[in-house]
Design a protein around this ligand. Structure first.
Ligand SMILES: C[S@@+](CC[C@H](N)C(=O)[O-])C[C@H]1O[C@@H](n2cnc3c(N)ncnc32)[C@H](O)[C@@H]1O
Length: 259
């Protein structure tokens, strides 16, 4: 089943609509942006069940949440039915956002690895589209799976622990490697800047794009500047290039300025 079909399932939309908490780097980013949000028009791409709506929409002058899964949009409309009409939701694929004019938004968010549901070509198109609908000098924030973290289910020493308390984790890692990614070559994971890997989300197998942090920074250069990276674990900015080369958080948040 494709990622789009999975996100279109009502049980998955209901699951996402029950989520409320921000991740640590999202909290950091929100705190940093608060001074400029009251005058900002925000586009929340891949809004899912509206987890981020809860935290961001109240700060901005206008908020538009979009998702390519109709059921997610319906779930958001239900969840935020009593909210002011400065908050709206639309069905829209991030790869072709023709319904929005150029330079429409001051802040664009694509949270919780939504961008990783898309293949490499599609991802480049999304970045171009964000650059188009976002105002020059505006802000783009998103997260993406960290390819450095794949060592945990591709390198034997990381996969297996003899500690019985780690049995569940060992089984999960062996499953990821030998069931979900049995056709993926270790060399691909070791040597690529980015690749597609299968993992588990909402009890479903999904294919996601994983990228190394320095490759992500490079990929953003065409449409964005001032790229900053935030740790999933601590929520803090990782400034040190050597650390970015080796950091193994499962995913990282990126914050950048639209050119
Ligand atoms: C992991 S969920 C995250 C949902 C929500 N942003 C959150 O943080 O709770 C990813 C969301 O991105 C949406 N998505 C993935 N690819 C998309 C695309 N090309 N255009 C629009 N939405 C997309 C999915 O339908 C899904 O709702």
């Amino acid at each position: 089943m494709s990622n789009q079909s999975l996100y279109g399932r009502s049980d998955i939309a209901t699951g996402y609509a029950g989520e409320s908490n921000l991740q640590a780097p999202e909290e950091t980013i929100l705190r940093e942006l608060i001074p400029f949000l009251p005058t900002a028009k925000m586009l929340d791409i891949g809004v899912g069940g509206g987890r981020t709506t809860l935290h961001f929409a109240k700060w901005v002058s206008e908020y538009v949440g979009v998702d390519y899964a109709e059921r997610m949009v319906e779930a958001c409309r239900r969840r935020f039915a009593g909210y002011p009409d400065t908050i709206s939701f639309q069905v829209c694929d991030a790869r072709s956002m023709e319904q929005f004019e150029a330079d429409s938004f001051d802040f664009v968010l694509f949270s919780y690895n939504g961008i990783d549901c898309i293949d490499h070509e599609g991802r480049l198109t999304v970045l171009q589209e964000v650059g188009r609908v976002g105002k020059s000098g505006g802000t783009f924030a998103f997260s993406s799976h960290n390819l450095n973290s794949a060592v945990n289910f591709f390198e034997w020493r990381r996969m297996i622990s003899l500690d019985p308390r780690r049995l569940r984790r060992t089984v999960k890692r062996l499953f990821l490697r030998f069931v979900y990614n049995r056709d993926v070559k270790l060399g691909t994971v070791r040597n690529s800047a980015h690749t597609l890997l299968s993992d588990r989300s909402y009890r479903c197998k999904m294919q996601h794009y994983y990228i190394r942090p320095l490759a992500q920074i490079e990929q953003l250069k065409e449409h964005f500047t001032d790229v900053r990276v935030f740790s999933l674990i601590t929520g803090s900015e990782i400034k040190d290039m050597a650390e970015l080369e080796t950091v193994e958080d499962n995913w990282l948040y990126y914050l950048c300025r639209i050119k």
